[in-house]
Write a protein that binds this ligand. Structure first.
Ligand SMILES: Cc1cc2nc3c(=O)[nH]c(=O)nc-3n(C[C@H](O)[C@H](O)[C@H](O)COP(=O)(O)OP(=O)(O)OC[C@H]3O[C@@H](n4cnc5c(N)ncnc54)[C@H](O)[C@@H]3O)c2cc1C
Length: 379
C-alpha cells in the first residue's frame, strides 16, 4: 500500500500546478495521469496572455507559436470589427503542460503516466484511492480530471466542440471569431493562427453536431486545406461549481467548472486555482486542520467570483439574442467603443461585454431577461 500526503488525479494544467505548489512545501505528492504522455492529447486553442503565464510562474521560452495582434470578429451577416490585442499569444499547450510537470518534479512531486484513478473511498483519516495499478492511501485527494467530473453533476452546463489543426495556404494572420446563433448556438466558431500556414479551427454550440458543423465551416472558408489533427471535447460554460472542497477531496480546474463562461478559456483561471489549492492543502496538512482547505475556495472566488458571475449574466443575455440582435450590436459599435473594448484586460473581459450590450438594442433584451439584476450590471 503506497502512502502520500496528496494524490492528484489528472496531470494537466490544474493538477500539475497544484502538485508543483504542494511539493514546494516539502510534502509527498503523486500525480496520476491516465494518458501515456503529459500534454497529450492536446485539447486547447492555446490562447493566453503573457501576464497570465507569468502569474502562473511560467516563463514561456520556446512554447509561443504565434503572437496575436488582434481579433477580427464577424457578425451573422458577416460585418466585421477588428479588436487589436497586445501581449496575447498562442502557445504550444503540450509544451506548457510538460514545462509545469518538470517544475513539479524538480520541487519533489512524482508523476505516473498511464495510471488512472478508477475509484476512491473517503475514510476518517485518509482517502483510499484505487488505480489501474495499485491502491494508494492519501491524506488529501485532488480531483483534476477535467470537464467530465463537473458534467457528472450537471451535463447541461457543457456544449460539444470540435477543433482541427488545419494547414492551408490561404490562412489569415489574426484570430477570427464568427458569431451565428443558428449555426453555433450559445457560442461561436474560431480560427487561431499558429504561423507557417497552420491554424486551429474550431466550433462549439449547444446541441450541434460539432464534426459536421466544423466541416461545413471549413468548406465555406477554404478552397483547399488539409486536416492534420482532430479533437472533440465538451467545454464547460456554466460557471464554477458550488463548492470546491468536500472533506478530504478538493476539485481544481475544469473539474470545478473554473473556465470562463464566455470563451471557455481555462489556462489562467484553472492554473490560478492550482496555486491557491496547492497552498491551502499544504497549510491544512501542516496544521492538521482540514478547514484550512476552504482558504482555496475563498481566494479563488475573491479573484474570479464577481467576474464569472457577470460573464454568466452576459451569457444569459447572449443566448436570448437572435442573429438580428447580434448584428445590431455590431452596427452600433463605434470606433471609440471598440477602442475602449480593446484596452480592457484580456483575462477579465466582462466589462467589455457589458459595454457592447449597453450600446445596442440588446440592452432592452437584457433588461427583460435579467430584470433587477440588470441594474447592477448596466447601471
Ligand atoms: C477545444 C478547446 C479549446 C480551448 N481553447 C482554450 C484556449 O485557447 N485558451 C484557454 O485558456 N483555454 C482553452 N480551453 C480550455 C482549457 O483547455 C481547459 O480549461 C484546461 O485544459 C483545463 O485544465 P484542467 O487541468 O482542469 O483539465 P484538463 O486539461 O481537461 O485535464 C484533465 C486531465 O485529467 C486526466 N484524467 C482524466 N481522467 C483521469 C483519471 N481517471 N485518472 C487519471 N487522470 C485522468 C486527463 O487525461 C487530463 O490530462 C479550450 C478547451 C477546449 C476543449
Amino acid at each position: 500500500m503506497l502512502e502520500y500526503d496528496v494524490v492528484i488525479a489528472g496531470g494537466s494544467i490544474a493538477g500539475l500546478i497544484t502538485a508543483r505548489e504542494v511539493a514546494r512545501h516539502g510534502l509527498n505528492v503523486l500525480v496520476l495521469e491516465e494518458d501515456s504522455e503529459i500534454g497529450t492529447p492536446e485539447h486547447c486553442g492555446g490562447i493566453v496572455s503573457l501576464k497570465a503565464l507569468l502569474e502562473l510562474g511560467v516563463v514561456p521560452d520556446g512554447m509561443i507559436m504565434y503572437e496575436i495582434r488582434g481579433a477580427r470578429i464577424y457578425s451573422p451577416s458577416m460585418k466585421s470589427i477588428d479588436i487589436p490585442a497586445k501581449n496575447v499569444v498562442a502557445i504550444d499547450r503540450r509544451r506548457l503542460d510538460k514545462h509545469i510537470a518538470k517544475q513539479a518534479i524538480i520541487n519533489g512531486a512524482e508523476i505516473e503516466v498511464r495510471t488512472s484513478m478508477q475509484d476512491y473511498q473517503v475514510l476518517d483519516e485518509y482517502v483510499k484511492i484505487k488505480t489501474n495499478k495499485s491502491d494508494i492511501n492519501s491524506k488529501i485527494l485532488v480531483d483534476a480530471r477535467g470537464c467530465k467530473v463537473i458534467m457528472q453533476d450537471n451535463a447541461k452546463g457543457s456544449i460539444p466542440s470540435a477543433q482541427y489543426e488545419v494547414v492551408s495556404k490561404s490562412l489569415d494572420s489574426s484570430i477570427e471569431v464568427y458569431f451565428n446563433n443558428i449555426k453555433y448556438p450559445s457560442f461561436f466558431a474560431w480560427i487561431i493562427p499558429n504561423g507557417n500556414y497552420v491554424a486551429r479551427v474550431g466550433v462549439a454550440g449547444k446541441n450541434i453536431n460539432s464534426a459536421n458543423t466544423l466541416l461545413e465551416f471549413l468548406n465555406a472558408h477554404y478552397d483547399k486545406y488539409s486536416i492534420t489533427k482532430q479533437i472533440y471535447a465538451p467545454i464547460w460554460i456554466n460557471g464554477a461549481s458550488k463548492g470546491f472542497v468536500k472533506g478530504r477531496v478538493v476539485r481544481v480546474g475544469d473539474a470545478a467548472g473554473q473556465t470562463k463562461p464566455t470563451t471557455a478559456g481555462g489556462i489562467y483561471s484553472c492554473g490560478i486555482a492550482g496555486i491557491f489549492a496547492g497552498n491551502a492543502i499544504a497549510s491544512a496538512i501542516n496544521h492538521n486542520n482540514l478547514t484550512l482547505l476552504h482558504k482555496y475556495e475563498e481566494s479563488w472566488l475573491g479573484k474570479f467570483g464577481k467576474e464569472f458571475e457577470t460573464m454568466l449574466l452576459a451569457r444569459r443575455v447572449f443566448e436570448r439574442l437572435d442573429n438580428k440582435a447580434i448584428d445590431d450590436i455590431f452596427n452600433t459599435l463605434d470606433d471609440s467603443t471598440i477602442k475602449e473594448i480593446s484596452t480592457t484586460d484580456f483575462d477579465f473581459h466582462s466589462n467589455a461585454l457589458i459595454r457592447m450590450i449597453k450600446v445596442s438594442k440588446a440592452l432592452s433584451i437584457a433588461k427583460s431577461i435579467l430584470g433587477n439584476e440588470v441594474r447592477r450590471l448596466f447601471g
